[in-house]
Write a protein that binds this ligand. Structure first.
Ligand code: SF4
Length: 465
């Protein structure tokens, strides 16, 4: 059986009030906290402008930054690997594990590792892999997928989490967040102590200094990057920044936009393996610089999306994400970010995501680096039409609309006849089952019947007075 289409996935979620409530609560709390945190930055608009300029200026220089990082981190004893594809990246990590005889991995939250399906590859190769971010830990126990890039289990409430732990860890049910966190902490501590491989991503990798910068609130990243004898970081090349000063500027925006904090509880800087027997940290540090389509995006019309700092704010602002949740998007990155990132990759697997956008502009307004997300959605839609891949019904409708909309008399006649017909079909002023293409709209909501007098008619009358 083929995978469900985007439309099927949407229809499976639009009626899920449990999902809407969970996302709505989290998104409105985060938006409120974000507003207050950004307001605490006196020069916030200037910082956003500078961050945007910095991120966009470096996109054509990603290869040069990768080379500079390779040299500077290499000088610190970090082993750098280049991965063109997801398969290359998983093979590199498997090779490191095999050569060093590593068997037990602990992982920090990393969307890049989700993107390359690293867990599945390592488990298939015989490794034991444990997620250590609390949300990702629940995702792993539930054999689920993250539905948000910052809040992986935004689609679950605490009762759901309690049931997952009860079923998978055989502990008594509780929905008390402190008790749930304590259960996870006890289990994870044993995993940290037994692990020989730590796997992380990175929020930024600084080309000049050869450093990895990672932020977290739970402290698990410090354990992952310092306790096991080997640390491997999977870093998308879009995470490279020229200098530590550039990373610092982005750190003024990232936690504020992501979780509404002025700074995260922990900021970890990885500078390389331990330098001697009396030093602390892993014996080996490896960085896998992941391309996986990023170079192709950088050379294409949606290159701006590589300026994203993965704060997740556009997901919280998006009315479409709020109705369908993260899983319906199908890719690693949901919401406006994911629509553009996956849509800009070569291939057509995600081309219909952009058609769900309402073009309300909320994502652009909230994005800390002011990415033109609505503009890139429009470009993707135009590309789909140019490739002749828009559904024939939609193409026919748009052609008919163009004929009618460019002939004012015909437009008025169609509006009058169509309005009269729809008013006849309406009950109590509302259409609950629309005809033809309007039927898709009325599958999930009612449509008000068109008024007898249109806005254009009223305007004409007003002007004639
Ligand atoms: S596109 Fe902008 S708002 Fe969305 S995750 Fe990226 S940086 Fe944040």
């Amino acid at each position: 059986m083929s995978d469900p289409s985007f439309s099927d996935r949407i229809l499976a979620t639009v009626g899920d009030s449990h999902l809407h409530e969970a996302i709505g609560k989290a998104a409105s709390a985060l938006k409120e906290r974000r507003g207050a945190a950004l307001a605490s930055l006196p020069d916030v608009e200037q910082v956003r402008d500078e961050a945007r300029a910095q991120r966009l200026a470096q996109i054509p220089r990603l290869e040069a930054l990768a080379e500079q990082f390779t040299a500077s981190a290499g000088a610190r004893g970090v082993q750098i690997h280049r991965a063109g594809t997801a398969a290359d990246a998983t093979a590199i990590v498997q090779g490191i594990a095999e050569r060093a005889g590593l068997l037990r991995a602990v992982k920090a939250k990393s969307m890049a590792t989700e993107e390359i399906h690293l867990n599945a590859a390592l488990i298939a190769a015989g490794l034991d892999v444990r997620e250590t971010d609390l949300g990702e830990y629940i995702v792993q126990l539930a054999e689920d997928r993250p539905s948000h890039i910052i809040l992986p289990i935004v689609h679950l409430d605490r009762g759901d989490v309690g049931r997952v732990m009860e079923e998978t860890l055989q502990v008594p049910f509780t929905d008390d967040p402190e008790q749930l966190a304590a259960i996870a902490r006890r289990r994870l501590r044993a995993d940290f102590l037994a692990a020989d491989l730590g796997i992380s991503g990175a929020n930024f990798a600084t080309a000049a200094e050869g450093l990895l910068v990672l932020v977290s609130n739970e402290g698990n990243i410090r354990m992952v990057t310092s306790l096991p004898r080997v640390h491997v970081a999977i870093v998308g090349i879009d995470k490279l920044v020229p200098t530590l000063t550039d990373a610092e500027r982005l750190l003024r925006l990232l936690p504020r936009s992501a979780t509404g904090q002025t700074s995260t509880v922990y900021t970890t800087i990885v500078a390389g393996p331990r330098r001697g027997p009396d030093d602390e940290g892993p014996d080996e540090v490896h960085v896998v610089l992941l391309d996986a389509g990023r170079s192709a995006i950088a050379a294409g019309p949606q290159s701006e999306i590589l300026g994203c700092i993965r704060c997740g704010a556009c997901l919280n602002a998006c009315p479409v994400y709020g109705r369908i949740g993260g899983h319906a998007y199908g890719g690693t990155y949901p919401g406006p970010l994911g629509t553009v990132f996956h849509g800009a990759l070569p291939g057509d697997e995600y081309e219909d995501l952009a058609s769900a956008c309402t073009l309300c502009g909320a994502c652009e307004a909230i994005c800390p680096v002011r990415l033109d997300l609505p503009g890139m959605h429009l470009q993707l839609r135009a590309q789909t039409v140019e490739r002749g891949r828009a559904p024939w019904r939609k193409r026919l409708m748009m052609k008919a609309f163009a004929v009618v909309a460019t002939r004012p008399r015909l437009f008025r006649a169609v509006r009058r006849i169509g309005g009269w017909w729809l008013r006849r079909k309406a009950r109590g002023g509302w259409l609950s089952r629309g005809p033809g293409p309007i039927g898709v709209w009325t599958q999930t909501r009612d449509l008000p019947a068109p008024p007898r007098e249109s806005f254009a008619d009223r305007w004409r009358k007003r002007e004639a007075r």
